[in-house]
Design a protein around this ligand. Sequence first.
Ligand SMILES: Nc1ncnc2c1ncn2[C@@H]1O[C@H](COP(=O)(O)OP(=O)(O)OP(=O)(O)O)[C@@H](O)[C@H]1O
Ligand SMILES: [Mg+2]
Length: 296
Amino acid sequence: MNEHEALVGRAVREKHTVLLIGGLDTGKTTLSKLLLRTAVQEGRRCAFVDADVGQKSVGPPATITMRLIHTVADLEPEALMRADALSFVGSTSPEGHLLQVVTGVANLAARAREAGAEFLVVDTSGLVSGIYGQILKYHKVEMLRPDLVVGLQRGEELQPLLGVIQRFFRTEVVPLGVHPDVVPTTVEERAQNRETAMARYFADELHRWRVKPTVFMPALPPLFDLAQLDRLLVGLSDGAGAYLGVGFLEYASEEGVLRLISPVAEGPKALRLGSVRLEERYRAKRVDLRNLFGSE
Ligand SMILES: Nc1ncnc2c1ncn2[C@@H]1O[C@H](COP(=O)(O)OP(=O)(O)OP(=O)(O)O)[C@@H](O)[C@H]1O
Ligand SMILES: [Mg+2]
């Protein structure tokens, strides 16, 4: 048995919340699924919290997502596409969106626990280096209170971050080497994965609603040119603190009105503005809302 399998066996017997961290292509997602598959086979009530906003396993990009795992079949890629709960981040990268990522993870972990899950696996993005990597992971641990943090590393690159977590929290921290069979992905493949995942989300029957300019968070400044919101990604609020899904805006210049386009069938109560515009083939291009609003 290798060190990964040994850890999986022990985690599934002893732990309740497992946070996986590591740089790009270190095997976080594969190990997350192995943990869940083993745990569900042992009869544990499991949930998968997907905190990676770019390379998604559960639901669309630019969101944090949660899926309850009742059976091994729930871990199949097709099944995982549908999230049981979703939190809108609005960007396909955590940079500049640490607050949205951390609050999203905290919210969805709470939702999973409320739904009866008692073995949570939290998969994360590869942002582990620099000040922002440390701040992001520190506050995720602060909110999640995992009893196991697994750090996947090729060399010693996670040691500063794992040291911080170990000093500030009571969780067990286990560094693991990267599995030799891990296949690295190129920047182009990552971009392609994001586009494909977004396109798949919007491939269902799409619904359209006319939207009033007063429904947004952040609120639009006075005399704002609505045309600037064309193709902007938005999160659909249920008006009760949760999100129904995502959509994008379309500006109809002849009528001067905004429409929301989304596969979500239920009309939203309010919309959160994202920080990406969906271009051709659902490629996400970054937008800085402060520039758009002409404010700080
Ligand atoms: N233990 C393993 N055995 C065989 N292949 C593996 C193993 N772990 C990972 N891989 C392969 O390596 C690739 C990257 O793994 P994975 O997606 O789990 O990494 P990740 O850290 O989640 O990557 P990302 O940074 O994109 O989120 C995948 O193609 C996966 O199938
Ligand atoms: Mg991954």
